[in-house]
Ligand binder design. Structure first.
Ligand code: COA
Ligand code: THG
Length: 571
């Protein structure tokens, strides 16, 4: 089928839908919901069989939904309606929830149901549920809906008649008053539920002294007590705030009245308001903010690094490099680089760079810190290394993973192995060595140039990864452990280690790693310090979420010259 994705933004769910539909053999194009007129133009240019809306905030105009069936992916059970579906499901403590594929009509989310899928809820942030359970359920339900639409003999029924065991209802947008934390009265579980049901967007509005803040990235803080609302300690990016029965770590905040009104590590955004004498608890240590952790199972070391949004700033890279070196000193044979459950890595921390006194200098520090890490992984002599991607990776994060000897992906993972969307950034992380080496020079050019997301199966075909498996995180973890153990129990490990050191020696003779690094950094220096401000402009737009004014042609295939010419000829 010809499928037009109409989206508010090309977020992780839209990308996953895009790669899944392409993998299923559909012809897919994308248009951002910029104005009704632009959507009409896309409809006329592309003549889709169906419009799919994975992430859409505005009403589709009547002439469009009458001209072409429009399937809305709604993150709620049948009958549930409104813009804060997941927020309410989390706040109300629903045990089971779902995703419904409904056809757009005049009344928002009230159209007939084509398919739905359910899942067990988890105590986690909204964005975590969205990126895991909602995404998997959405793809399953959408593929069912499309096969029904294509089959021609399925009539979608109203939510009441669609056979669902339980029905949702209309729920208005959740207000900040409904999210508000009552520090003296709310226990830790309540504070966590309120912040998690609002994370990543919009966060919970709160106050500190006379400042308005939006709270994100909350975790239970063990072993801290104080007067409710008081700040008790600092741990890396996070501050601990007392609740009535304990404390929570707040990892990230937005401070609209501050000099940088976007999401930043709480300890940085509030530095001017924190007392010097606050206890400092190292992040990753027991009782601290939980980002880096290391677990050993026999001869396998699992290094977890769960950085918020997968963003790896200079300091985070430095701490991770230390943890990696520590793991390399252990008498193990395999090191598995686990990333976090939602993201493996999205490369440099663009928010921290944007907030720096000198963003060019901070970009330089950050790319060097991430390169140091990539180099340490690439030159690990005595361990076999595996990058195990439970979650997505983008830009430098993809190549950081490719620096490991093996790359294994959860089957639902989306990769964005390119940099150019960030103001024509050249990129580093040894991609000029790693990408041609693994995928061949021709594919390397295509992958970098296409600027498109890649599903797990496509990434394996392109040899960006060795394998993908696991329908969900639990399956991925279980199979990962089996596969890692199998590597240990066969003679395979010895062979792989020998092949790796031979390969490295040979490659180093042909062109030393330092030469790749220098050449990449020379280009990056131009991006950071040169006369073309594209990278700085693109980063500002990204961090400040400046709405897009047009859909890039890499996505809007119906706006490419070739597509236009073909259609002109056909008519
Ligand atoms: N440096 C810094 N930040 C980075 C980064 C980097 N290198 N790479 C990615 N990020 C950030 C992005 O800025 C984004 O930040 P955010 O937390 O402020 O949104 C985040 O990482 C993830 O980006 P993306 O992949 O686009 O988002 P997502 O799809 O995973 O999640 C939602 C977005 C869904 C959680 C959020 O938009 C939301 O809550 N939406 C409400 C649900 C809704 O409206 N549904 C539609 C009803 S029909
Ligand atoms: N029919 C049509 N268009 C649609 C849908 C539909 N577009 C996408 C939409 N479904 C997704 N669902 C909703 C449901 C309600 C609201 C937005 C998207 C909503 N929005 C408030 C408003 O527009 O005033 C603002 C909400 C907010 O503050 O976030 O109520 O079924 N044709």
């Amino acid at each position: 089928m010809r499928i037009l994705l109409l989206v508010h933004a090309f977020n992780s769910l839209s990308q996953r839908v895009f790669t899944a539909l392409e993998a299923a053999g559909h012809e897919v194009s994308v248009e951002f919901d910029i104005s009704d007129q632009v959507s009409r133009e896309a409809l006329a240019l592309f003549s889709p069989d169906v419009i799919v809306a994975p992430f859409l905030k505005r009403a589709i105009p009547e002439d469009i939904w009458r001209a072409c069936p429009c399937l809305i992916i709604h993150p709620g059970i049948p009958g549930d309606r409104g813009p804060s579906a997941l927020d309410w499901a989390l706040m109300n403590g629903e045990r089971r929830w779902g995703v419904t594929i409904l056809q757009a009509e005049a009344e928002m989310d009230a159209g007939p149901v084509w398919a739905y899928a359910e899942f067990d809820m988890r105590e986690a942030a909204k964005s975590s549920l969205y990126r895991r359970e909602v995404t998997e359920a959405a793809v399953a339900a959408l593929l069912l809906a499309l096969s029904r639409l294509q089959g021609g003999d399925f009539t979608p029924a109203s939510a009441e008649a669609c056979g669902a065991a339980r029905l949702g209802k209309w729920r208005a947008a959740m207000t900040q008053n409904e999210r508000a934390i009552d520090w003296p009265a709310d226990d830790t579980a309540t504070v966590l539920r309120k912040i998690r049901s609002a994370d990543g967007v919009p966060g919970v509005r709160d106050r500190l002294e006379d400042q308005t803040l939006y709270l994100h990235d909350a975790h239970r803080a063990e072993g801290l007590r104080g007067d409710p609302g008081d700040i008790l300690a600092v741990s890396g990016p996070a501050i601990a705030r007392a609740t009535m029965d304990g404390a929570v770590w707040i990892g990230h905040v937005r401070r609209p009245g501050g000099p940088h009104p976007f999401k930043l590590p709480a300890s940085a955004a509030l530095a001017d308001m924190l007392e010097d004498a606050l206890p400092q608890i190292p992040p990753g240590s027991p009782g601290g903010y939980p980002d880096i952790s290391y677990v050993e199972e026999g001869e396998i070391g699992y290094l977890h690094f769960d950085f918020y949004n997968g963003a790896m700033g200079t300091e985070a890279c430095g701490r991770l490099l230390e943890a990696y070196r520590e793991a390399c000193r252990r008498p193990t044979k395999l090191i598995v680089l686990m990333g976090g459950p939602e993201f493996w890595s999205n490369g440099m921390n663009l928010n921290l760079i944007e907030a720096a006194d000198n963003p060019a200098d901070e970009s330089w520090r950050n790319i060097n810190a991430i390169n140091d890490l990539a180099e340490a992984i690439l030159t690990t002599p005595n361990h076999l290394t595996i990058a195990a991607l439970q979650g997505n990776a983008g830009a430098g994060g993809v190549f950081l993973a490719r620096a490991a000897d093996l790359v294994w992906l959860r089957s639902g993972v989306t990769l964005n192995p390119h940099y150019k969307d960030m103001g024509n950034l050249h990129g580093s992380e040894f991609w000029t060595y790693l990408l041609p080496r693994h995928t061949g020079a021709h594919s390397a050019g295509r992958i970098m140039g296409s600027r498109l997301p890649m599903g797990a199966a496509a990434a394996v075909s392109a040899r960006l990864a060795e394998a993908h498996f696991g329908a969900d995180h639990a399956e991925f973890m279980a199979e990962l452990k089996c596969r890692a153990l199998a590597l240990l129990s066969t003679g395979e490990l010895k062979r792989l280690l020998a092949a790796k050191s031979a390969r490295r020696r040979m490659d180093e003779q042909k062109c030393p790693l330092s030469a790749y690094r220098e050449a990449e950094l020379a280009e990056m220096k131009r991006n950071f310090y040169g006369p073309d401000p594209s990278y700085h402009v693109a980063r500002y737009n990204f961090v400040c979420k400046v709405p897009k004014s047009r859909t890039p042609k890499s996505l809007a295939r119906h706006r490419r010259p070739a597509a236009l010419n073909r259609r002109r000829q056909a008519s």
